[in-house]
Design a protein around this ligand. Structure first.
Ligand code: ARG
Length: 468
């Protein structure tokens, strides 16, 4: 039997392999709610414009609700022979209400239908991700407030560089996530135009009202060019790109957690809830959740690459290649959501070892810059010379295998005779971080102020989300 949705000029059914390669229902069933919402908006518009009779439109809308109910309750049977979600829904509608169902597809095509469904799905997903990322930011800000003054080593080249505070470090991720949210918001703003009514590619001769359907579906306006409407997947690319960058941030953070949780670093302990044991080595506490967040960045970045490559050679307008837009996007965004949830759980539970962090902050001559700054400030040395003097002092301390603060005044004066005992005040890590008061610097007072500002901003965001 040929396809009953489009099989008018076909005599035989598709080859089994054709059906397998062609069908998208195995994944686009996820668009069911959006597909039905789009159809309801479309049929209401057709009725208002007198294109379909009011009673037919009412029957279609009622039938669509019934289909939605069946899908929600799990009693709906998806059929691969019907290819995709659009034809599965329409076919079931026909079974429920009869031939009137066939009027629904007036003045539209699966090309604009899938474009609107996918946009709606991506939009819903952006909104959900935004809420989740907000939650992760809040968890980080809570910890940052608690540990605004907790000294840890700051690294460059993964070598101890200068002492910073744990709160400051956590707020760095709050900034990154803020940019991620802003990128998602930008993508959402550009996404929010409605392609419905572009029909197959050229628009339609029916007197449709595209502004009405756009408004009904929460879009800002209809898309302006019918060709672009059915061939554009920028909204998915932009969202996947924002997702990929966000996944990179989470992956970097996950990597730090993995490092911190090693016995060698010993900076933090993860809760039992986010670690696993080894079946052979009883001492192990493996940070699997963090490792998986790091690992999942691979597929999330891959989905962006995959879709860019699908799109790059396509002539206008729709080509079936574009059906390959969905699986990667679903996978990427669902996994990102899982990663955000896992990171939020880990952040809430993480227990820093403040003693070890502080001890590590003082090792590796991390206050050498403070010493050089002191020589500039107190002895009026040019910075380059101060750098040189400090280098010799570090050399002296390192020859004795002690920290800078353990050098005697005589030993220091052997290098630079004008050094006074006041220098010892800047050699401690607490004084070091306290002195970094420049805007954006690591001084605990700064960190507290930044954390407060973020907490205020996030509370506003949360209220807006709750009110929306
Ligand atoms: N399942 C298709 C997709 O996801 C729907 C659009 C089909 N359009 C067509 N002209 N065959 O892209």
């Amino acid at each position: 039997m040929s396809n009953k949705m489009w099989g008018g000029r076909f005599e035989s059914a598709p080859d089994a392999i054709m059906e397998e390669i062609n069908a998208s229902i195995g994944f686009d069933y996820k668009l069911a709610a959006q597909d039905i919402a789009g159809s309801k908006a479309h049929v209401a518009m057709l009725a208002q414009q007198g294109i379909v009779a009011q009673e037919d439109a009412a029957a279609i809308a009622k039938g669509l609700d019934e289909v939605a109910g069946e899908i929600e309750s799990g009693t709906f049977t998806f059929s691969r022979a019907l290819e995709d979600i659009h034809m599965n829904v329409e076919s079931r509608l026909a079974a429920l209400i009869g031939p009137t169902a066939g009027r629904l597809h007036t003045a539209r095509s699966r090309n604009d239908q899938v474009a609107v469904d996918f946009r709606l799905w991506v939009r819903d997903t952006i909104d959900a991700l935004d809420r989740q990322l907000l939650g992760l930011q809040q968890a980080l800000v809570d910890k940052a407030q608690a540990y605004a003054g907790a000294v840890m080593p700051g690294f460059t080249h993964l070598q101890s560089a200068q002492p910073v505070t744990f709160g400051h470090h956590l707020l760095a991720y709050v900034e990154m996530l803020g940019r991620d949210r802003s990128r998602l918001r930008d993508a959402r703003a550009r996404l929010n135009e409605c392609p419905l009514g572009a029909a197959a590619l050229a628009g339609t001769s029916f007197p449709i009202d595209r502004h009405m359907t756009a408004k009904a579906l929460g879009f800002d306006r209809p898309t302006a060019n019918s060709l672009d409407s059915v061939s554009d997947r920028d909204f998915a690319l932009e969202t996947l790109s924002a997702a990929a960058i966000c996944a990179v941030h989470l992956s970097r953070f996950a990597e730090e957690i993995v490092l911190w949780a090693t016995p060698q670093f010993g900076f933090a302990r993860l809760s039992d809830k986010f670690t696993t044991g080894s079946s052979i080595m009883p001492q192990k506490r493996n940070p699997d959740a963090a490792e998986l967040v790091r690992g999942k960045a691979g597929r999330i970045i891959g989905a962006l690459n995959g879709l860019l490559i699908v799109m790059k050679g396509l002539p206008l307008t729709y080509s079936k290649d574009m059906q390959e837009d969905k699986e990667g996007a679903f996978d990427s965004l669902q996994n990102l959501s899982l990663c955000v949830a896992a990171m939020t759980g880990m952040v809430k539970d993480i227990a820093p070892d403040l003693k070890r962090m502080k001890a590590a902050a003082g090792s590796g001559y991390a206050t050498a810059t403070d010493l050089a700054d002191w020589l500039v400030r107190e002895l009026n040395l040019p910075f380059r010379e101060a750098h040189h003097v400090t280098g010799r002092l570090v050399g002296a301390a390192s020859a004795r295998k002690v920290g800078l603060e353990k050098l005697t005044l005589e030993e220091m004066q052997a290098v630079e005779p004008r050094i006074t005992p006041a220098v010892y005040a800047v050699l401690g890590v607490d004084n070091s971080v306290k002195s970094r008061v420049s805007y954006g610097g690591t001084a605990p007072a700064n960190v507290r102020a930044q954390a407060r500002a973020w907490a205020k901003k996030l509370a506003k965001d949360a209220a807006r989300v709750a009110g929306a």
